[in-house]
Design a protein around this ligand. Sequence first.
Ligand code: AGP
Length: 364
Amino acid sequence: ASYDMGGHDTYMHKEISEQPDAVDRVLRGRIDDRFSTVHLGGLNLDPREARTIRRIKILGCGTSYHAGLIGASLIEGMARIPADAEPASEFRYRNPVVDPDTLYIAVSQSGETYDVLAAVQELKRKGARVLGVVNVVGSAIAREADGGVYVHAGPEVCVVSTKCFTNTVVAFALLALHLGRIRDLSVTDGKRIIEGLRKLPAQIEEILKTEDEIKSIAAEYAGAQSMMFIGRVRGYPVALEASLKLKEISYIHAEAYPASELKHGPLALIEPALPTVAIVPDDDLLEKNRAALEEIKARSGRILAVAHQPQAKADHTIVVPKNEDELDPILMGIPLQLFAYHTALAMGRDIDKPRNLAKSVTVE
Ligand code: AGP
């Protein structure tokens, strides 16, 4: 790629740093304060049609799948439409039931991922309505889809996705708000979400300022054989994405589990040599998450928490600014991009070109 690194040592660092501007771009021109909603020009879905949707199925791979998981919870929460996400690569091989009342959404940074494209083509052949949440304008998936939302993250060069993940989740928040306001979401809640969205760029800026602290924390975890990532409900996809980021660039084995599943098995792994990264937002699940930290501490596990306030049971806490509960996952992922980055850097890895990986997987 021929884009300038703009004074950064790696594209990954450049792209992480660009997130305040990138988020600003995905919001720009779309917010309608008068009706507490958003306008999405390319959606191609009229309100009457939007009211007939009975389910939403989101398809993507890797990081885009993780963004889709958060997207599903945003849509279900705000629009009260049952929604879930599935890896496109699995969906296309299991002969899924294609339901006319389901809206399908394909998510892709490149818009060229073959598994996603093949799923879209199969869906369209069966008469389904498919929207795209895509970064690259005019890409194959964007062209195949009936309409969609562009993510406007700008060019992403690093093999591992960072700013596009964040922008994709924000794009889903916009879509959720749009669908919500057509269905049952109140004006008051619409306003609340819009205010939250507007705060994001400055809050991301604040998180980026803590990079030195994150770097020194990363130095303590670099070289671990394996790491556990946990989160609950909204926090779980954040854990999945953070663990993928760490794996991709540091080659440290990492697994992500819902915090609630620890006691159903993985707790057996906890010991001082297996650190846990825990997503601990200040929401109605805070006490439940704290209980999980206690379980881990009781087994002498080291804990790095990402939270809205310092966690007594954690060895380290990265404190992030609070937004609306629904939008917190967007912010909680960002320090963990820097954590993966500095862990990998401390281990001497080639950040922008991790072994065995390509930026977009355009083959089967
Ligand atoms: C992200 O860090 C990955 N390298 C990878 O999982 C990626 O998200 C996946 O291949 C999907 O790519 P896409 O968003 O371009 O479709």
